[in-house]
Design a protein around this ligand. Structure first.
Ligand SMILES: NC(=O)c1ccc[n+]([C@@H]2O[C@H](COP(=O)([O-])OP(=O)(O)OC[C@H]3O[C@@H](n4cnc5c(N)ncnc54)[C@H](OP(=O)(O)O)[C@@H]3O)[C@@H](O)[C@H]2O)c1
Length: 310
């Protein structure tokens, strides 16, 4: 029987429709990740070298007691590692930090390179070729890109022997790029959505709140349900256990055709992830997990404070 909580990629690999994001922004909660796997039933973890959270995942998987092979582990390559050999080295680094011997999904994080690089497209193609060899040798179950638009695909596809299985992009009712979606559908590239809650801001949108009220659901659930009803898997993030559970409980209700077309008509190109700042981050060589470090320091300080007080 078909598992309605998963989607089949073109290479036959099944990917969960709802996964857990673990980006540095907003911090990492170990408890929330363990809870997601052990108690709620999440089977996809999205991370990236950039987030600085890869090395926390093995302990969470271990504590969850869920077998590794039941978990779809997805990570990404940051632009400072682009290039044929450096991609392989960075991939090994991710494998080691994640404590696994294969990655379920490995993505090129951004179609952007450092200003010092004189051949952007050559570098991106070379990087993709390197990822193809990782796939061919069985080290990744699926491979893809992130934040690619039609222009980037038009440069990449003629040069590639494997069409990316995934394009991970910002995807919510206010950023629902039909032309890109159609292009990906035509080329059998599965879109996976990130920031389905618009980093949390979209739960305050009136139209979403009204639909949630009518379904006796929450605004977050309406947003996530909308994505999966559009056949776009999604990876909401929360550091709070109650929200981790809430965000996964989306398989037992349905938005009707009228609601779907209302939400599908809201696209206005609104993005919460500012792509114009990515180049600066590459050039400035900001360390991986640069926002997370601050949060971890706060956590360390607060546990030190607690110890001093007690
Ligand atoms: N490929 C890329 O370039 C890229 C870019 C951005 C993100 N991503 C991936 O996508 C994941 C998700 O995106 P995101 O973290 O940017 O945004 P998001 O999932 O849309 O929103 C996360 C924010 O919403 C809050 N939140 C979560 N559940 C909620 C609920 N039920 N009700 C109200 N607020 C809620 C969270 O706060 P609390 O923690 O306080 O609950 C957090 O501040 C990331 O973690 C990352 O894995 C990928």
């Amino acid at each position: 029987m078909e598992d309605k909580s998963k989607i089949r990629l073109t290479n036959g690999v099944y990917m969960p429709l709802v996964g857990l994001g673990t980006s540095h922004s907003g911090g990492y909660s170990h408890r929330a990740v363990v809870y997601a796997l052990k108690d709620v039933g999440y089977r996809l973890i999205d991370t990236a070298k950039r987030y600085g959270t890869e090395s926390f995942i093995p302990q969470a998987i271990d504590e969850s007691c869920v077998p590794r092979e039941d978990i779809f582990v997805s990570t990404k390559l940051w632009p400072t590692d682009y290039g044929f050999e450096s991609t392989k080295t960075a991939f090994k680094g991710s494998l080691n930090r994640l404590g696994v011997d294969y990655i379920d999904l490995f993505l090129i994080h951004w179609p952007e390179v450092s200003s010092k690089c004189s051949d952007k497209w050559g570098t991106l193609v070379e990087t993709w070729r390197s990822i193809e060899t990782l796939y061919d040798s069985g080290l990744c179950r699926a491979i893809g890109v992130s934040n690619y638009g039609i222009e980037e695909f038009e440069k990449l596809l003629p040069e590639s022997s494997i069409t990316p299985h995934i394009n991970q992009i910002e995807f919510h009712p206010f950023h629902n790029p039909n032309d890109l979606k159609q292009y990906c559908d035509d080329n059998k590239i599965q879109i996976q959505g990130y920031s389905p809650l618009g980093e949390g801001y979209l739960v305050n949108e009136q139209i979403i709140k009204e639909m949630a009220y009518n379904h006796k659901r929450t605004a977050a659930q309406v947003l996530i349900r909308w994505s999966i009803q559009n056949s776009v898997p999604t990876i909401p993030k929360s550091t709070k256990e109650n929200r981790v559970k809430e965000n996964f409980n989306v398989f037992d209700f349905q938005l009707n055709d009228n609601e779907m077309s209302l939400l599908n008509g809201l696209h206005e190109g609104r993005k919460y992830i500012d792509s114009s700042k990515i180049k600066d981050k590459i050039d400035e060589q900001l360390p991986d997990g640069y926002k997370l470090d601050i949060h971890l320091n706060e956590m360390t300080n607060s546990s030190q404070n607690n110890r001093q007080q007690s």
